[in-house]
Design a protein around this ligand. Structure first.
Ligand code: GDP
Length: 311
């Protein structure tokens, strides 16, 4: 198991089964036509696993910005543009939406078909399209696949143990290869690690909840101060407080006191992180698209001669 240090605390975040999943992906990538990578619309950059990018770089990509219902719609539009500029397919998605299978499958089918068109014209794709579905933990991969496939298959996909290895799910003319959620060994920045923690992709019991809440307050008060003030009925002057003082102020407002009148900051922190995850602060995007573009689609297609399984 690997370790990294975030805010003086050691976070263990790369268990053996994840290393195994990456190895499985490396073997199986040649057996699929394209890759559908599920990202969290609130942190598309931090939830983009560089190891998955490396392993799947020879295949066309469709990025699904899942949980778009929780993200800022204006920022999500910018992200769509960012991915499309690189020639990748990209769709915003609410996998929990009503109408489920139809609403989820329709746009995905359309986007994947467009993505595969050039290959199909070259006679590279069989009647069925094989799609490797990948993503980090808690990004909503199971929910997405269940919605895409419909309820019957949803139950099969949810069985414990089944999701640890690869699993084929057949829907219409698609064969989806469901891969277990996987992180990577070394986060490139503290920001990435904390963003992953905010959305619950790193297990909470290895994190300091007060540090997490302070980090969240620090980020959100910079980009959406009005949402924070409105949610906790604070005045503008609260924005001058340090994140920890802000945590105390919010705890006090909610009456979270311990004997002696002190604020129970741990309880306040749990409440804050929980409310953020439950979208009680409103629709929030923690990341904007970077200046640097992604690898263009043409480079993915250089690998077209890679060995393919017989159909
Ligand atoms: P996985 O670990 O990637 O398979 O994630 P799950 O499918 O288990 O989903 C993790 C959590 O996110 C669950 O509580 C889901 O209900 C929730 N979730 C998944 N997709 C969406 C979405 O599009 N919008 C919202 N609001 N919640 C979602």
């Amino acid at each position: 198991m690997s370790e990294t240090i975030v805010n003086r605390r050691v976070i263990q975040w790369f268990p053996g089964h994840m290393a195994k999943t990456l190895r499985l992906m490396e073997t199986e990538i040649r057996n699929v036509d394209c890759v559908l990578q599920i990202l969290d619309a609130r942190i598309p950059q931090s939830s983009l696993n560089p190891e998955i990018e490396r392993i799947t770089s020879g295949k066309p990509h469709l990025y699904v910005l899942n949980k778009a219902d929780l993200a800022d719609p204006d920022i999500t539009r910018q992200w769509l543009q960012y991915f499309k500029t690189a020639g990748a397919g990209c769709l915003p998605m609410d996998s929990k939406q009503k109408g489920k299978a139809g609403a989820v499958r329709g746009p995905i089918t359309q986007e994947l078909s467009a993505l595969m068109e050039r290959r199909r014209r070259k006679g590279m794709v069989g009647a069925r399209i094989r799609v490797m579905v990948v993503g980090i933990p808690n990004v909503g991969k199971s929910t997405f696949i269940n919605s895409f496939a419909g309820t019957t298959r949803a139950k099969a996909a949810n069985k414990p143990g089944v999701t640890r290895g690869k699993q084929w799910i057949t829907v219409d003319n698609f064969d989806l290869m469901d891969m277990p959620g996987v992180l990577w060994k070394k986060f490139d920045s503290l920001e990435t690690a904390t963003n992953l923690a905010f959305i619950g992709s790193i297990k909470d019991d290895i994190l300091d909840i007060e540090e997490l809440a302070c980090g969240l307050l620090s980020s959100v008060r910079q980009i959406y101060p009005e949402k924070l003030l409105a949610r906790y009925k604070l005045g503008e002057e609260a924005l001058q407080l340090s994140p920890y003082e802000l945590l105390q102020a919010i705890g006090a407002k909610r009456g979270m006191l311990i004997s002696g009148g002190e604020v129970d900051t741990e309880r306040a922190a749990k409440m804050l992180v929980g409310e953020f995850r439950a979208s009680k602060w409103g629709r929030i995007s923690l990341e904007r698209p970077p200046e640097r573009a992604l690898v263009p689609q043409e480079e993915w297609e250089e690998d077209e001669d890679a060995p393919q399984d017989d159909r």
